[in-house]
Design a protein around this ligand. Structure first.
Ligand SMILES: [Zn+2]
Ligand SMILES: [Zn+2]
Length: 420
């Protein structure tokens, strides 16, 4: 090391003597210790039906605070929200106990900006558990983290207000509010605290963490496979529709994650309803044309990879160029050579297998069989053209008839490509 900077704790190996210095105790308390206490208390706390319904309802409510608020509104500016909606989302997101909007969104922007690199705060390349929650449990060197522009967030009074009072938001919307609704509503204070409070935020936390781990690990990559983000319905189901993550990383400012109407994306549906109610506006959407281009390019890439694995015959430019007279001489000397479209093919091993019979193919040896092959005798199939290509051995000088292949049936790409 060339500088005298004291190495950050994250640069030192974890040992029995220093592990407690590695742990980020505030995060660990909120995402590990308190949830474990909730799990321990649950067997001793009766779960009442009303409390169960309330816990599920509050799960959706606070989950939306994260997906529609923290993620699509503040991290990506997918739409604009009125002040009442912003306040609602800031409170709901606070109740999910996942850090302030300002902290969460700055990390998330860095994740998009530096996906899968060392500067990605929750890079799945460092392991699935790291991307899931170890990045919060262990202290991170702030110098190694990618920085992003959050000037817009610093100018948003709701974001600043929530960030300054974040401890209060956890206490009120993470615990006291869900507990009080059950307590004042039907006298179940303890159930409200354990189920609608702690266990509910445990589920919302784990669901969100799945977007960083599972959505970079499980599923399809219909738009781009250079990086790790993936689409999967299971991730969508647990995260209120955030599981179409390959799409999302390609089109991050689109207010949708799922683009098909039948895909599960309640976050998108909520934003749309808020628009109808006049609470949200300027919902951003990428044009279908742009989305389809991405999909087609990825399909093409897959097709190209498959095609590269197949034997298409020696590429034309690698074949030796021979004179017509040499071709005639070699054929006269017993080689089973047939010229078709300016290319010499060695059909020795194929004569006995020729579906049209031995006689026809043998009669073409030492001749230009272009016309017979392309309809004069029989208009051979595409498969026959492919098979023929695997037998080519040379090009005849001045064999301009190669052009015939290009014109055949007007098929430009398919046939021409294989003769490149
Ligand atoms: Zn991601
Ligand atoms: Zn995102």
């Amino acid at each position: 090391m060339t500088t005298n900077r004291k190495p950050h704790i994250s640069e030192q190996p974890i040992t029995l003597g220093n592990w407690h210095h590695h742990v980020n105790w505030i995060n660990t308390t909120l995402i590990v210790i308190v949830p474990i206490l909730g799990c321990v208390a649950a067997p001793f706390t009766t779960l009442r039906l009303a409390t169960a319904v309330w816990a599920i309802l509050y799960y959706f409510w606070t989950g939306l605070g994260i997906t529609a608020g923290y993620h699509r509104l503040w991290s990506h500016r997918c739409y604009e929200a009125t002040l009442p909606l912003k306040i609602f989302l800031a409170c709901a997101g606070g109740g999910a106990v996942q850090g302030s909007i300002r902290w969460w969104s700055s990390k998330h922007r860095a994740h998009h900006r530096w996906t899968d690199t060392v500067k990605d705060p929750y890079s799945v390349r460092k392991g699935i558990w790291y991307s899931h929650f170890m990045w919060m449990v262990l202290k991170q060197d702030p110098k190694s983290q990618g920085r992003t522009d959050i000037s817009d967030l610093n100018e948003d009074p709701v974001v600043v207000w929530q960030h300054r009072n974040y401890g209060l938001f956890i206490l009120v919307f993470g615990l006291l509010f869900p507990m009080s609704v059950a307590g004042l509503g039907w006298g179940d204070w303890m159930g409200g605290l354990v189920y609608a409070g702690i266990l509910r935020f445990l589920v919302v936390q784990q669901a969100t963490f799945c977007v960083n781990s599972l959505a970079h690990w499980l599923g399809e990559q219909p738009f781009d496979d250079r990086n790790s983000p993936r689409d999967h319905v299971v991730t969508a189901l647990v995260t209120l529709g955030e599981g179409y993550h390959n799409f999302h990383h390609e089109f991050p400012s689109d207010y949708r994650n799922a683009i098909e109407w039948w895909q599960y994306d309640p976050t998108k549906w909520s934003i749309w309803v808020w628009k109808q109610l006049g609470l949200a506006s300027n919902l951003k959407k990428f044009r279908a044309n742009e989305i389809e281009k991405g999909r087609v390019q990825q399909l093409q890439k897959k097709v190209d990879q498959k095609r590269a694995k197949l034997d298409w015959g020696t590429p034309l430019k690698q074949l030796p160029v021979v004179e017509w007279d040499d071709f005639l001489a070699d054929a006269a000397n017993g080689k089973a050579l047939v010229a078709i479209a300016g290319v010499v093919h060695d059909v020795t091993d194929f004569i006995k297998d020729h579906p049209g019979g031995k006689a026809l193919i043998s009669s073409a040896i030492g001749k230009d069989a272009t016309a017979s092959f392309n309809g004069g005798v029989y208009n051979h199939s595409n498969a026959a053209h492919n098979l023929l290509a695997t037998m080519r051995v040379a090009i005849i000088r001045g064999g301009g008839e190669v052009e015939i292949w290009r014109r055949r049936d007007g098929e430009k790409d398919m046939l021409v490509n294989q003769y490149r």
